[in-house]
Design a protein around this ligand. Structure first.
Ligand code: ZN
Length: 291
């Protein structure tokens, strides 16, 4: 499942590749993934890309007038491609873009001069594919009130890497959530962007067990969880920037410390990593150094 680090890298990359380009074509080979009408999809054509960014576990494409909000859920992936490239199976949406005039604004420093960036006169495509077809692409025309479940409002707390989420704000927000730490971190209403994999990683970094209750934490453990959240996400983004492009559709997870590494040695203390499967999700942790 794409989480904050994965989607941050994809959003930075697509922003650098596509801002300033007009949408030339918009098609939905897998129309079940699209929330919106065929007319709304066609109406995207001609609008330029203003900004592409991540919010929580959503990828947002802001065009001159309308918005596209993508929630990839478990298996949705984005591919940056040339029009002639073979279309992957289970492709749900294909957006074609025209040439760009003028330099793109506000591009992430790490994307500058990247070899995978399409030339200004190229006509790149973004393909959204989703083998399990659980993800959704919401078309949000400027003049239509279309709610996007899970995006914004009380359903979504601040991004876990938002500079405005200071330690003081974290301490204040976490008080309302007495339950198990893994569920707390995955609760998008607490902080947004963390899922099953990075919640395991953050808890390992914080030396805390996933099934421990927040109400049992000492004040310094609450602070340690904050520090681990920030550093784990920032470190992962750094790794993914170097390893994901140009295959944005591939999810890189092999560098993680504990998640999905049941039976292997903990990289910190050498204890065999414990793996629990519940509700289709894996939770991995170390009984040697998480308490
Ligand atoms: Zn350990």
């Amino acid at each position: 499942m794409p989480e904050l680090p994965d989607l941050t890298v994809v959003a930075d990359a697509l922003h650098a590749a596509l801002t300033g380009r007009p949408v030339r074509s918009a098609e939905a080979p897998g129309p079940l993934a699209v929330r919106g009408t065929p007319a709304e999809l066609s109406a995207l054509v001609g609008q330029r890309v203003v900004e592409i960014r991540r919010r929580g576990k959503f990828l947002l494409i802001d065009l001159e007038r309308d918005r596209i909000a993508c929630n990839p859920m478990l298996t949705g992936r984005f591919q940056l491609a040339a029009p002639g490239d073979k279309l992957p199976s289970k492709t749900a949406v294909v957006l074609g873009f025209g040439p760009r005039t003028g330099a793109p604004r506000d591009v992430a420093r790490w994307t500058r001069d990247a070899t995978w960036l399409p030339a200004d006169d190229a006509e790149p495509e973004v393909r959204y594919r989703d083998p399990t077809q659980m993800g959704k692409i919401y078309l949000v025309p400027a003049d239509v009130e279309r709610p996007v479940p899970g995006l914004g409002g009380a359903e979504q707390g601040p991004d876990a890497d938002d500079p405005a989420l200071t330690l003081e704000v974290w301490r204040d927000r976490i008080r309302k959530h007495p339950g198990e730490l893994k569920n707390l971190l995955r609760n998008q209403a607490f902080v947004a962007g963390i899922g099953n994999a990075y919640s395991d990683e953050i808890l390992h970094a914080a030396h805390l067990l996933p099934f421990r209750k927040r109400s049992s934490l000492a004040a310094e453990e609450v602070d340690a969880l904050y520090a681990a959240t920030r550093s784990t996400l920032a470190d992962a983004i750094e790794v993914l920037r170097a390893r994901v492009p140009p295959t944005f559709e591939k999810q890189v997870r092999d560098f993680l410390a504990v998640h999905d590494k049941g039976g292997q040695a903990c990289p910190r203390c050498g204890t065999r990593i414990t793996e629990v499967r519940a509700g289709g999700f894996i939770t991995s942790y170390c009984r040697g150094c998480q308490h």
